[in-house]
Ligand binder design. Structure first.
Ligand code: C2E
Ligand code: MG
Ligand code: MG
Ligand code: MG
Length: 288
């Protein structure tokens, strides 16, 4: 059964197990040529400063436009890409395209204020000894400032990192890459352990934010996370904001950034410029 979803989301399938295995093998085979056949695309979801309502940057989110199956989401193919090692090639494609895009958008800005783009890095990508050099190379190729290209790594990956991988996180930060801990709250880290991790920002998982309107006690949890991290000098992004009420609640506890369908779904690159212009118009109208 394929689930009907909004534009930013993608169908999920539940086939029986045998069908699943066949399916997976086919996807795996198809994926080998998908990059060279230009079947992947990047969407960009705005990240909003909750105190001003302005877009400060984007998270890049990959999709696979499969010639027969239609749009496939990352929850389906990233795990396969990880297991097969294809994630390395795909990850480079993602990073280079995100770098190229943000370079282009920043070049066209008159106010000189740079937007940033976040890319998601999975565990296998961090195990690649050349990851840091590749990212530095893309930054140079598109003349980016260090803060223009940022990295998201899940709490589970960061907390699971075998100790010999921690140097990679430090190396990336030494090169000026800012690291956000993604999906915070889904792993096992305690708030008290946060100061041990080499991170610059924390993203609260959408499972908490999506339930804020119906479960008010969660606001106390989110508020505790926000004040704890901010006392460590680590700003917070709330993911999965779908309502005005959630925005107001998050503003009341001083959450710095927000992201979610309430503001915008992940957008194709061709829509981003119009989105930014539109936002600018609104702000000028509101100021007038
Ligand atoms: P993530 O990094 O936590 O990304 C946030 C997910 O939440 C995205 O799902 C986004 O579309 C969705 N989302 C955003 N706002 C809302 C909202 O208001 N409501 C709801 N219900 N959902 C919202 P998406 O695009 O399906 O990506 C899923 C995961 O796949 C990402 O989770 C990330 O872990 C992974 N992923 C995506 N792109 C890449 C990539 O280029 N490389 C790697 N390694 N992983 C990626
Ligand atoms: Mg992310
Ligand atoms: Mg997340
Ligand atoms: Mg996630």
């Amino acid at each position: 059964r394929a689930k009907a979803n909004g534009k930013g989301q993608v169908a999920t399938f539940d086939f029986d197990m045998r069908r699943d295995a066949v399916d997976r093998q086919e996807l795996e085979a198809d994926m080998r040529d998908a990059i060279s056949n230009d079947q992947f695309l990047l969407l960009f979801q705005p990240i909003i400063d909750l105190s001003t309502g302005q877009t400060n940057g984007f998270e890049s989110l990959v999709r696979w436009g499969h010639p027969e199956r239609g749009m496939i989401g990352p929850e389906v193919f990233i795990p396969i890409a990880e297991e097969t090692g294809l994630i390395i090639e795909l990850g480079r494609w993602v990073a280079r395209n995100a770098a190229r895009q943000i370079g282009e958008w920043n070049q066209g800005r008159s106010d000189g204020e740079h937007l940033f783009v976040n890319i998601n890095l999975s565990k296998r990508e961090l195990l690649d000894s050349r990851i840091c050099e590749s990212l530095v190379q893309y930054r140079r190729e598109f003349a980016l400032e260090p803060q223009d290209l940022r990295l998201e790594i899940t709490e589970t990956t960061i907390a699971d990192l075998r100790s010999d991988l921690l140097p990679m996180l430090h190396k990336l930060r030494d090169q000026g890459f800012s690291i956000s801990m993604d999906d915070f709250g889904t792993g096992l880290s305690s708030l008290g352990a946060l100061h041990n991790y080499p991170i610059d920002c924390l993203k609260i998982d959408k499972s908490f934010i999506l339930r804020l309107d119906t479960d008010r006690s969660l606001l106390a949890v989110v508020s505790a996370i926000t004040s704890m991290t901010q006392s460590l000098g680590i700003p917070v992004v709330a993911e999965g904001i779908e309502s005005k009420e959630t925005v107001v609640a998050l503003q009341s506890i001083g959450c710095r950034w927000g992201q979610g369908f309430f503001f915008a779904e992940p957008l194709p690159e061709s829509h981003v410029e119009a989105y930014l212009l539109d936002e600018n118009d609104h702000q000028q109208t509101n100021a007038a």
